[in-house]
Each structure stands twice: as structure tokens, then as C-alpha cells.
Design a protein. Structure first.
Lengths: 314, 255
């Protein structure tokens, strides 16, 4: 992802205080670049959906500015909204409508003329073409979610919000949806997604933002975040217990545990440096005449980093 | 980007399609109910009633029965039209689209008003099966029906935004509009009421609506057509102001 790409969404000082005093968003500042996939991660109640709602017009901000495509969302909301699509978290759609009519309605709502070719293209890309004449209520949960995506894509948005796009869908369908999202990105659509599946962000996102209690804790390139905060952990089970670590081991970030029966390595930086160090460590053990029965090595995932940062699961 | 015509048209056509999807409930049911009124009050009882201001009783009640159906159905249709997206969560699509108060009103209120006009046409046609009647000012009758349909569509829209349960959605049409319409001169002239009820009846706003429509039918009514028209227009303006406030503040629509 080109870090110099033009900003497509600029949020400054965005604050939302609900009646009763709950501060759902607290002075949020965020810039989204054209063509990227941005994953917004946070525990329940962190403010993810409120942030999306504020940009899309569902939530009235208490303070701050939002500019999309250079348009102020307060003053030029029509121009800005015309280029934004939203897939909500809940399966909210008129369940009695046939699929094709629901998708065509969405296109018209955004001021575009009917376009059967475009609707067919969208439905085919989401494997919904065969279901086009079926009522939405007759579809499975995963298919209903696809209908919501189709509705959001019907007006060819340049910026798409996906609020928990794969919540409640099975693994196979989730992977298929990831492909769809990748296809959208290839078409130049900028995507902002929230997800409970950190694996999803790890798989697809260019950049990751972590939000908690309405505040953005961190925004960074996914790779940079992994490199900066990632760790390698290796547990080496020894044949014989050690009273203390030999001097040759002190250059490694290791500790002795389990009554001297296990050496624990915690180091590296998420770039693979840790694995190389563990290899050196095992060589050093052999050269010191220390035998071992097994090695359990684990590279920290984005989820581990997330848990370390916010202290709870997404 | 100014007024989003296609957006408004999309809402309008979708709402009309919804009515067609539920044609039995939204069109046939009120027509059947009104026909029963014609049979019972027009044919059965009406034959024993004296003429009212020179108008046969069965014909006299047509404007009142039309108003009874119009007010109830228009309010219910419009309130249901906006309440359901709020209830099911599909309102997100409307709020995140480039449509504002004008498009929303043209779409939802226009569709509710259209349904009411279709309903009125069917009821008036059905009435010819039971009663021989003619309309003195057909042009004004159509205009007045349109004005009432638009006003109560707006009122229904407000009701649909205000209601946070199905019970509240039904309270106003069932417990307020219907009784007021029955007491508003649907089946009688308020001149027939003994004092002081004939004066108290004038506090009922529906009296002016029923009599306004009755004037367009038969050229005479209990109250001045000017007062009826003025009150209806005032009610329309009030509803528009309330809806403008709703959209400006996002009351019950945006969090």
C-alpha cells in the first residue's frame, strides 16, 4: 500500500457523547488513504460502530469534523454520501423483497439510474444471481449478508464500510468473502472494516487501527505493527534439569523454568528475527552439551498483540 | 447534487409496491369495511332516515365514511411506512444515502397519499353500487381529498417516528382518530345535536374535515368551507414544521 496515497477520509477531533454522559468517541483523529483496506479493531463497546455511524450519517457527532473525498460531511453530505457504501453489522433488510429488487432499490436511493448489467454483475460476483428472484427471508444467514454487501455495492461506492462483514458465517464462506473483499480492493474501492476475527484483519488489512473506550490507541501499517510489537516465544524442554543457565546463554533473552527443566525464550520482533535466534540458541545448547527433548515455538499473531494492548479479546 | 429525484422515486415506488404486496390488508379490507357501513347505515337504516339538507341520508354519509377511511388508513400507512424501517433497522440505508427530508417526504408521504387516493377512488366507485349520488364540485373534492391525504400522511409519518412500539403505533388511529371521526358528523349533521353538544362538537377538528368534504359533494355543510380549508392547510403546515424539526435534530432517527 502506497503510504503517500491521497487521503480519502479525514477525521479530526471526532467526539460523540450520548445523553446520559457516555462518551462513545473521544477526540478521534484518523486518515484513510485511497485504495487501502483498513481494519478497525477493538473490544465490544469500544466505539467501532459509532465511528462508522458518525461517518455514514447514522450518528450525530457532538464535536469534530469529517471530510470524505474532500467534502465536509456536515455541509456537503449529499456529495460525500453518494460515494460511500455501508454494510451494517445487523442483517437489516426488507425480508419480503426479492433479492434483485432490494439491490436495485439501493442503487436508486443513491441517485443512480437503473442498470441491469451492473446489478447482474454485482449479484454474480457474490454468487447471488441464481437467488435473484427469491425473497430475502428464504435465504441462509450467509446469503443474507451477501445481499447486504450487494446492496452496498449497487451504487459503485469508492469507500466501503464493512461492519463485522463475516460475523456468524462459516469458515468456508468467510474465506470466500475475503476473496470478494480482495476483488473490491483490486477495483480500487477503499475498505474500512471492523471485525472480531483478528485473523481477518491479519489476512487482509494494509493498516490496522486499535480503538478502546472511544479512543484510538494505535494506527499503523500491519507489517510495521507486527514487527514492532510482535514476539517469538520458544519453550525448550530439557533432558536433565539445570541449576542455572550457562554463561553462553546470557546473550539470549531466555529464562529458566519448571525447576530447571525448561528454557523459555521470548524475543524477536515479528519479522522472523526471533526464529533465527532460537536456531542459534539450540546450537549454543548443543555446544554446551545440554540435551533437549522438544521445542515448542510460537510467533505472536496480531491477536496476541491486540490482547497485549487492550487486555481483552476483540 | 441537489434534490435526489431518483432517490425519492425509489422510496415512492418501493412503498407503493409494499402496498400492492399487502393489497388485501391495505386496500380490500377498508373497502369491505366501508361497504358494510353503506349496507347497514345507508341501505338498512338510511331508508328510514329523513333527508339531510335535501340530501338522501345514504348519500349524506358518503363524505363522512370516506373521511373515516381516509384518516385511519392514511395515518396507518404513513406511520407504518417509516416505523417498520426503524423497527427492523433498515433505516440505516435511508440515513446513509444522499436523501434528505424532501426526498423522504416525497417518497414515504407521497406513497401513503397515493394509496389513500386509490382507496378513495375505489370507495367512491363502490358507493355507486349502494347509493345514487353526484358530486357538486368534483374538482374541489379531488383537491380536498388530496389535501387531507397529504396532511394525514405527514401526521402518520410523525407518528411513525414518535412510536417506539406497535402499541403506540395503533393508539392514535384507533383511540383518537376513529372516535373523533364518529363524533365528527360522519353519520349526522351537528345541527341535529342538542345544546350544548352542538357547540362542543365544534371543538372536534374532524368536524371541519368531514364538513369540508361534504361541502365539495353537496355544496352545503355545517361549517364554512373557508374555515375547513384554513384548518386543514394549517394542520398541513404544522406537520411540515414538525417533520423539518425531526430531520434537523435527528430526533428518534439518528442517535
Amino acid at each position: 500500500m502506497d503510504s503517500d496515497a491521497e487521503p480519502i477520509l479525514e477525521i479530526e477531533g471526532l467526539t460523540k457523547v450520548y445523553p446520559g454522559g457516555l462518551k462513545a468517541l473521544d477526540d478521534i483523529g484518523l486518515t484513510i488513504r485511497k485504495g487501502e483496506i483498513f481494519a478497525l479493531l477493538g473490544p465490544n463497546g469500544a466505539g467501532k460502530t459509532t465511528l462508522i455511524g458518525a461517518v455514514c450519517g447514522l450518528v450525530r457527532p457532538s464535536a469534530g469534523t469529517i471530510r470524505a473525498f474532500g467534502y465536509d460531511m456536515h455541509d456537503d453530505w449529499r456529495k460525500a454520501r453518494a460515494r460511500i457504501g455501508l454494510v451494517p453489522q445487523e442483517l437489516s433488510t426488507d425480508m419480503f423483497e426479492p433479492v434483485h429488487r432490494a439491490v436495485s432499490y439501493s442503487r436508486g436511493l443513491f441517485g443512480l439510474p437503473p442498470d441491469k448489467t451492473r446489478i447482474e454483475e454485482v449479484l454474480r460476483s457474490l454468487s447471488l444471481w441464481d437467488k435473484r428472484n427469491e425473497r430475502i427471508m428464504a435465504l441462509s444467514g450467509g446469503m443474507k449478508r451477501r445481499v447486504l454487501i450487494a446492496k452496498a455495492l449497487a451504487h459503485e461506492p469508492d469507500l466501503l464500510f464493512l461492519d463485522e462483514p463475516t460475523a456468524g458465517v462459516d469458515v468456508e464462506l468467510r474465506r470466500e468473502m475475503w476473496k470478494q473483499i480482495d476483488t473490491m480492493r483490486a477495483r480500487g474501492v477503499t475498505i474500512i472494516l471492523t471485525t472480531h476475527y483478528i485473523e481477518e484483519a491479519e489476512e487482509m488489512a494494509d493498516r490496522v487501527g486499535i480503538i478502546r473506550n472511544g479512543k484510538i490507541l494505535m494506527v499503523d501499517e500491519k507489517e510495521a505493527m507486527m514487527a514492532r510489537l510482535g514476539r517469538t516465544e520458544a519453550l525448550i524442554d530439557l533432558t536433565e534439569p539445570l541449576a542455572e543457565l550457562p554463561p553462553a546463554m546470557t546473550r539470549f533473552p531466555v529464562t529458566l523454568g519448571k525447576d530447571g527443566m525448561q528454557i523459555c525464550y521470548r524475543g524477536g520482533d515479528g519479522t522472523g528475527k526471533g526464529k533465527a535466534e532460537v536456531a542459534d540458541l539450540t546450537k549454543a545448547l548443543v555446544s554446551c552439551g545440554i540435551d533437549y527433548t522438544g521445542i515448542d515455538i510460537h510467533e505472536s499473531s496480531l491477536e496476541d498483540i491486540f490482547v497485549d494492548l487492550v487486555g481483552e479479546r476483540a | 447534487m441537489g434534490f435526489n429525484f431518483r432517490g425519492a422515486w425509489s422510496i415512492y415506488t418501493r412503498e407503493v409496491m409494499r402496498a400492492l404486496r399487502t393489497a388485501f390488508q391495505s386496500i380490500l379490507s377498508p373497502v369491505l369495511t366501508t361497504s358494510l357501513y353503506f349496507i347497514v347505515f345507508g341501505a338498512a337504516i338510511g331508508g328510514r332516515m329523513p333527508a339531510m339538507d335535501g340530501v338522501e341520508y345514504a348519500a349524506f354519509i358518503i363524505p363522512g365514511l370516506l373521511m373515516l377511511t381516509l384518516l385511519g388508513e392514511t395515518t396507518s400507512n404513513a406511520s407504518f411506512g417509516i416505523y417498520m424501517p426503524r423497527f427492523t433497522g433498515t433505516i440505516y440505508e435511508l440515513l446513509s444515502a444522499p436523501v434528505g427530508v424532501a426526498e423522504t417526504l416525497v417518497g414515504f408521504v407521497g406513497a401513503a397519499a397515493t394509496k389513500s387516493l386509490i382507496l378513495a377512488a375505489i370507495i367512491l366507485t363502490t358507493a355507486t353500487l349502494f347509493v345514487d349520488y353526484s358530486i357538486a364540485h368534483p374538482f374541489y373534492a379531488v383537491l380536498y381529498i388530496m389535501l387531507v391525504a397529504a396532511s394525514f400522511s405527514l401526521f402518520g409519518f410523525i407518528l411513525g417516528v414518535w412510536a417506539d412500539s406497535f402499541e403506540k403505533l395503533g393508539i392514535i388511529p384507533l383511540l383518537i382518530l376513529t372516535p373523533l371521526t364518529f363524533l365528527g358528523g360522519t353519520f349526522y349533521s351537528i345541527d341535529m345535536l342538542p345544546a350544548p353538544w352542538d357547540k362542543i362538537a365544534l371543538a372536534n377538528p374532524i368536524v371541519y374535515l368531514v364538513n369540508g368534504l361534504r361541502w365539495t359533494f353537496y355544496g352545503s355543510s355545517d361549517v364554512s368551507i373557508g374555515v375547513s380549508l384554513g384548518l386543514t392547510c394549517g394542520f398541513l403546515a404544522l406537520c411540515i414544521c414538525v417533520i423539518a424539526y425531526i430531520f434537523k435534530t435527528g430526533w428518534r432517527l439518528r442517535t
